[in-house]
Design a protein around this ligand. Structure first.
Ligand SMILES: Cc1cc2nc3c(=O)[nH]c(=O)nc-3n(C[C@H](O)[C@H](O)[C@H](O)COP(=O)(O)OP(=O)(O)OC[C@H]3O[C@@H](n4cnc5c(N)ncnc54)[C@H](O)[C@@H]3O)c2cc1C
Length: 416
């Protein structure tokens, strides 16, 4: 069923009796050509591009819970491509271009809103770093503008510009950045993949791999054994646990990241704003809630909820940036499992096990990468060669020394 204004009108006149379920609920088959483990944004996008662009069939997505229950439905919805390093920036810019055509591609309203992202700088050195980053972005075909304090004031007059410790000196603006309704992304990809014949199997946890003579043969699941020629794992915060079942140890730690939403307010924040002197970022949803977040919780955890000291830390960042936030009431908060890699950059690569592929290590930033991550993972699964935008995202980069340390912070997840 195609969605359109005409369809909406006719269904309205028929009392909305003709809408069909958005995806089927199939029982798992005995064997598939491709199994994607993890029905988050990345797994579903992989299935979509594998079937639609690479014309592959006999594909299943296995999800242990429900579609949208992981980070894809828990993030703060920010999309951008404001990265510095060559190993990263082409992938994120590719992603932003895919976001720009996503709703037409999926025939689904994902509320892609390019309302701009503004990274604030608070010192001359930070402004120099942003100038460098902006130039690197432009060299990779992205848009970037360096703003002085006056220009930032025009966009966001409510910020605390004269803060004694962190005066705002200017900012790096990417106008094509913005927000996307996160769970609509999961539903849109799921619907399209299903339309292209992919079996989306919920409540189906992968509990082990069948590996013979160094090659994958299938997966053990809570709904029985399923054979497969190729298996792609995209389980985000569960990466270490799932890959350990294949005997692989990853340079990834799992931490909780929390998100916060205030009561609904009149429009006040025009786009996304990030604080440059602490970890705090904020936007405003279409319903009026201020949506914000900050640091990860400092200890490893697989709980999808966080702790109070980080709440205090995030809100201190908010107060330092825009004191008026102290008048808003917090409506709700939640946590998600972050797959924090040791250089802050992701992996999209083959593993030493033939037919087993891995996608993970997205840290705070995997939502914006969803379309490109799915596309290039599908490319890898279909062709056995890395896509040109993902050649550096290798699992062996810590052994070879070819890290992609975007922030120069080293192996400290809390600093990425
Ligand atoms: C609070 C918060 C805010 C964030 N904000 C942003 C942001 O503004 N911008 C941005 O770019 N990124 C953001 N992120 C990061 C982003 O959400 C993630 O990097 C991204 O969603 C991860 O990919 P995914 O969607 O595939 O993950 P998920 O949706 O978590 O999908 C992984 C799936 O694998 C399933 N799974 C796990 N184990 C198994 C198993 N054994 N068998 C079967 N299935 C399994 C899980 O149930 C889950 O559904 C944020 C994350 C959080 C938590």
């Amino acid at each position: 069923m195609r969605y359109s204004a005409f369809k909406l009108l006719t269904e309205g006149l028929r009392g909305h009796t003709g809408w069909k379920p958005v995806w089927r609920d199939p029982a798992p088959q005995a064997k598939y050509d491709y199994i994607i483990v993890g029905g988050g944004g990345h797994g579903l996008a992989t299935a979509h591009y594998l079937s639609k662009v690479y014309k592959k069939s006999r594909i299943a997505v296995l999800e242990k819970g429900w579609i949208g229950g992981g980070n894809v439905g828990r993030n703060t919805t920010i999309i951008r491509s404001n990265y510095l390093l060559d190993g990263n920036e082409p992938l994120y810019e590719f992603s932003l271009k895919l976001w720009e055509g996503l709703e037409q591609d999926l025939n689904y309203n994902a509320m892609v809103s390019q309302r701009g992202i503004l990274n604030l700088c608070h010192s001359d050195a930070q402004r120099d770093a942003y100038r460098r980053r902006g130039n690197a972005m432009r060299l990779n075909g992205a848009d970037a503008e360096l703003l002085d304090q006056g220009q930032v004031r025009e966009i966001a007059p409510f910020l605390d510009f004269e803060n004694a410790r962190f005066p705002i000196k200017g900012g790096l603006l990417q106008r094509r950045g913005g927000t996307v309704r996160h769970d609509a992304v999961a539903w849109g990809y799921a619907r399209s993949a299903d339309n292209h014949g992919v079996d989306i199997i919920q409540n189906c946890e992968v509990t082990g791999f069948k590996i013979e003579t160094g090659a994958i043969k299938g997966v053990k699941t809570s709904r029985g054994y399923i054979g497969a020629k190729k298996v792609g794992v995209a389980v985000a915060g569960s990466s270490s646990r799932v890959m350990a079942m294949a005997g692989l140890r990853l340079p990834i730690e799992s931490h909780v990241l929390q998100a916060f939403v205030s009561e609904g307010l009149k429009p006040v924040i025009p786009g996304v704003i990030t604080f440059g002197a602490g970890h705090f970022y904020i936007s405003q949803s279409d319903k009026g809630g201020l949506v914000f977040g900050g640091d990860i919780d400092g200890y490893n955890s697989y709980a999808q909820r966080g702790n109070l000291p980080v709440v205090e830390d995030v809100l201190e960042g908010g107060m330092a940036l825009m004191p008026m936030i102290g008048r808003a009431r917090l409506l709700r908060m939640w946590g998600g499992l972050m797959d924090m890699s040791m250089d802050g950059s992701p992996f999209i690569d083959k593993t030493p096990i033939e037919g087993l592929y891995f996608n993970g290590g997205w840290c705070y930033g995997g939502f914006k990468a969803t379309p490109a991550s799915g596309y290039v993972f599908a490319h890898l699964l279909a062709t056995d060669t890395p896509h040109k935008t993902a050649t550096a995202l290798r699992l062996d980069r810590f052994r070879t020394g070819a890290m992609i340390d975007e922030k120069g912070a080293g192996a400290q997840p809390n600093l990425h």
